[in-house]
Every structure is written in C-alpha cells, then in structure tokens.
Design a binder for this molecule. Structure first.
Ligand SMILES: C[S@@+](CC[C@H](N)C(=O)[O-])C[C@H]1O[C@@H](n2cnc3c(N)ncnc32)[C@H](O)[C@@H]1O
Length: 337
C-alpha cells in the first residue's frame, strides 16, 4: 500500500494537506523510519506530484478497524462473501459486545456470536443493538448470548466507567473525542457539562487536569451511575466533579458562568443559546448536522454569539458519521476578549 515519506517536522502540515485533498488513508497507522514519518495515502496520481518519496509499505490498520477485520476474517469460515458485506461495525463495552444485525444476517446470529467470542474470548454478553429512544437516549438492546445483564465496567482513557446500557446512554466511540477535549483543557479551569450521562467526559477530563467540573443530568439512573463512577475513580482524579440531578434547562439558569462549557447535546434538543450564555471562553457544542448544512450551522452559532454580545470564532469538526451524509459534529466556539 502506498505511503508518503515525509521529514518528521513536516509531517503534521503535510498530513493536513493530504486530508484536505482526500488522499490520507485514516484506516492505517502512520509509521516511523529514522527522521521520517510514513504517512498512509491512497493510490492516486496526485501523490507523485507532492515532492515527497512514495513507497510501497504495509502499515498496520488502526486497532478498531483491525478488530473489525478480525471478525470479518474469522467469519469468512462460515458466512458467504455476500453475507459478509452486510456485517456491521460493533462495539465492545467492558465485557459486553453490541452489534447491529441487519435483516440479511438474522439467520446467522449464532455464527456472529461464535465469531465475536473467538475474537474476544473475555466476552460475557453479546447484545443486539436497536435504536436510541426517548429524551434519555437509551438504546433498545436484546441479549442474544451470555449473562442476562447490560451492566458492566468499561475502561477508557485511564478511567473506569460503570455503565448500564438498559438504563443510561453511553457511546464508547467518543473515546478519542473525550481525549481531545481533555488535551484542550488547562489546569485551573471551571467547566460546566450539561447532559452529562454517566460522566464519561467529566471523568476523563478530571483524570488529566486539575479542574472544577459541574455536571448536570436529568436521568436519575444515569445520575446514580455517575455518582458511583466518581467513587470508583476517586484515587485517579486530579480534578473535582460536582454532579447535579436535574433538567439542564431549569438548572443552568441558576448557575454562574464557566471558563468552558461542554454540551453533548441529545439529538433533537436545541441548547445552543442556553449553553453559550454560560460560557466565558469556550463552548464545545455537539449536534447532528447534514454535511450540506454545516456552514449554516456555523453561521447560526455566530448569529447567536452576536445576539449575546459575544465575539466568537467557530470551528466545526466532524466527530463521527451518524447516517449517510449526516454527521455528529462538534462546534468549538472560542469567545474572544
Ligand atoms: C447524548 S447523551 C450524552 C451523555 C454523556 N454526556 C455521554 O457522552 O455519554 C445526552 C444525555 O442528556 C440527558 N438529558 C436529556 N435531556 C436532558 C435535560 N433536559 N437535562 C439534563 N440532561 C438531559 C440524557 O439522559 C443523556 O444522558
């Protein structure tokens, strides 16, 4: 597979340029060769005109996709190539695997369970994933193998997170995003996190930074799991977390303003004006946006900033794909002055 051999000090800008040109192959990990970085790229004529050496080197797949690949290769023993095309991505949360089973593979459930257990021998539960429902965004799961529970402890970014998938929202795929935010935060900040769930963002940030976090959650069961999670991680946390049970739309107006507000907004809820009004320097606002409407979304935020008398710089980042052409995005809003 092609790689671009770039001097280490130029690697980041070249990587950004490759991404812009849709030439960067994010499925593979970059490699190192002495003072050079080997950037994974797609086969395309333009890569030869960038002024760097193009080599043919096998770089490893990123772990998540590697795991997926393993399931695919394990199942190749039992499923037809046509059936394999319908195989969806899955998640491992603690000792529970969750997978979506499309109608085309319903008759292959036993084989899929067999494959998952072969790839992850530690699994105790395999559950079939349904859709997120209601204001608390709880997914509908059915257990297709193993112990009859959806409670487990998931390890991520150096913290342990107790979750119960039947009672509270949790998305392991936001691991990288939580780490990104933890890196942006500085010691000493006061941070507000409405829609906090079982506290994954708060725990990861407090694990790395000496901060004061106030988190708010409406779902009583998520709130109680969050309190348990603070205790579970007590010795690891540099920062402090205050957790409030209540409706963000009632609680936030009573709270002061904060250096940074992080809003993992539930789908379909508009909390932009509310969360922005509580932010002094930064707002990280999550939403689900069609790719054709990202610029409108950015403009809407700028307008809300001017309505509130704030001079803002807004960058919108795609965080994950949600459905065709619709992305979960994070608007990083910097409030100047
Ligand atoms: C998308 S989930 C994010 C949860 C958590 N931050 C995470 O990333 O795992 C949104 C959360 O907001 C909570 N929620 C919904 N409406 C709320 C409200 N009005 N006030 C406070 N929390 C609310 C839901 O129960 C859910 O836990």
């Amino acid at each position: 597979m092609p790689v671009l051999k770039v001097p280490k000090r130029e690697a980041e800008p070249v990587k950004r340029k490759l991404k812009k040109l849709n030439l960067y192959d994010g499925k593979r990990r970059p490699g190192i060769e002495g003072d050079f970085v080997l950037l994974p790229i797609f086969e395309d004529e333009t890569v030869y005109s960038l002024g760097y050496e193009v080599l043919d080197i096998e770089l490893p797949l990123r772990p998540e996709r590697q795991i997926y690949k393993n399931l695919e290769s394990v199942l190749a023993e039992r499923l037809t190539p046509e059936e394999l095309k319908h195989l969806r991505r899955y998640d491992v949360i603690g000792d529970i695997a969750v997978i979506q089973i499309p109608p085309e593979l319903e008759h292959r459930v036993d084989d899929i369970v067999w494959g998952l257990r072969k790839v992850h021998p530690f699994l105790k539960v395999v559950a079939k994933k349904g859709f997120h429902e209601g204001a608390f965004r709880i997914r509908d799961y059915s257990i297709i193998w193993g112990e009859k529970r959806l409670e487990t402890v998931h390890k991520e970014n150096g913290v342990e997170i107790k979750v119960d998938l039947s009672k509270a929202f949790f998305n392991p795929r936001m691991k990288g995003e939580r780490y990104r935010l933890a890196q942006l935060v500085r010691d000493g900040e006061r941070i507000l996190i409405p829609f906090a769930g079982v506290l994954p963002y708060a725990l990861v940030i407090a694990r790395y930074r000496k901060v004061k976090i106030t988190a708010v959650e409406l779902n009583r069961e998520a709130y109680e799991l969050g309190l348990e999670n603070i205790e579970l991680n007590r010795k690891r946390l540099k920062g402090e977390i205050e957790f409030i049970h209540g409706d963000a739309f009632e609680v936030l107006p009573e709270l002061p303003t904060y250096d940074r507000v992080i809003s993992p907004t539930p789908r379909g809820v508009d909390a932009l004006a509310l969360t922005l009004s509580k932010a002094e320097r930064w707002l990280h606002y999550y939403d689900f946006v069609h790719e054709a409407e990202i610029e409108d979304f950015r403009r809407r935020i700028i307008e809300e900033c001017s309505r509130q008398g704030k001079d803002c710089e807004v960058r919108v980042k795609k965080v994950s794909d949600f459905k065709p052409h619709v992305f979960k995005v994070c608007a990083d809003v910097r409030i100047k002055g």
